[in-house]
Design a protein around this ligand. Structure first.
Ligand code: MLT
Length: 268
């Protein structure tokens, strides 16, 4: 596994962790996480793929030069990653939650560079006014009391009950990522997430082969709704993983990796 940084749009340094060789698979993390969310994929899927896991602006080791960005711009960062690391190649993009919103944007702007889409624990619809308000409150709390105070209430929603113990390795890994994020990263991401585009009407136009995954206990991207919107994407399959909530890739990595590998193999 190795990490490089390169200069991207708006003077940001984008840090990318990579492992393995083979067809490129770009992994986009959720909020408020970083590339470490994908450690089980960086280790286990690297025998088949070139795993490329960027830190999105402001998270992990990537910088945030400006307080405002859009998810469309983050998709532009992903395209720069592709141009640097996999030029002339079509890529598979796998995004979880916020990473999934970025994957939708990547499809909208760069569909011809996509070989496959994997949308995990995410949703195509834009925020309600209520959801946007909650994001503003999270940012205010982060500014007042620090980012950990603001994001800590998310922990029980990210993981299934059986992981919610300080003895669980999944719990400590998740907590570590939440504790690492800055106030600026929280606020800029919440603003971008609140302003994201609605993809519901575009779902029938997604002609990229698509795998949709969520966790049986995910309350942020619930199984029933996920099955419904996934069915609208023409060339898609949807799987719900038992024993997992919002962070399927980390909670049930073996099942997650098996699904991803058999989906990608079926396309080659
Ligand atoms: C995430 O896990 O990326 C977030 O829950 C997404 C969101 O806040 O909509």
């Amino acid at each position: 596994m190795n990490t490089i940084s390169f200069l991207a749009a708006r003077g940001n340094l984008i840090s990318v962790t990579m492992a393995g060789q083979g067809p490129p698979l770009i992994l986009l993390h959720g909020f408020p996480l970083d590339h470490r969310q994908w450690l089980p994929q960086l280790s286990q899927l690297a025998t088949h793929y070139r795993i490329i896991a960027p830190d999105l602006r402001g998270f992990g080791r990537s910088t945030l030069t400006e307080q405002q960005y859009t998810l469309a711009e983050l998709a532009g960062d992903v395209e720069q990653v592709r141009q640097h690391l996999a030029p002339d190649q079509r890529i598979a993009v796998c995004g979880l939650s916020m990473g999934g919103y970025v994957a939708f944007e990547y499809w909208r702007q760069y569909a011809s560079n996509l070989k496959a889409l994997i949308l995990a624990n995410t949703k195509p619809e834009a925020d309600s006014d209520q959801a946007r308000e909650a994001r503003e409150q999270m940012c205010s709390l982060a500014r007042q009391s620090g980012s950990w105070q603001a994001v800590a209430p998310m922990l029980p929603k990210l993981l299934a009950d059986h992981h919610l113990s300080t003895e669980s390795a999944v719990y400590s890994a998740t907590q570590q990522m939440l504790k690492a994020c800055s106030v600026e990263a929280v606020c800029a991401a919440q603003l971008a997430l609140g302003n994201r585009a609605d993809f519901i009407a575009k779902l029938p136009a997604i002609d990229t082969p698509t795998l949709v995954i969520t966790g049986a206990d995910d309350t942020i991207a619930p199984a029933e709704q996920t099955r419904k919107w996934a069915a609208v994407i023409p060339n898609s399959a949807c799987h719900v993983l038992a024993q997992a909530a919002h962070l399927t890739s980390l909670e049930t990595p073996d099942e997650f990796n098996r699904l991803v590998h058999s989906f990608l193999q079926s396309l080659s």
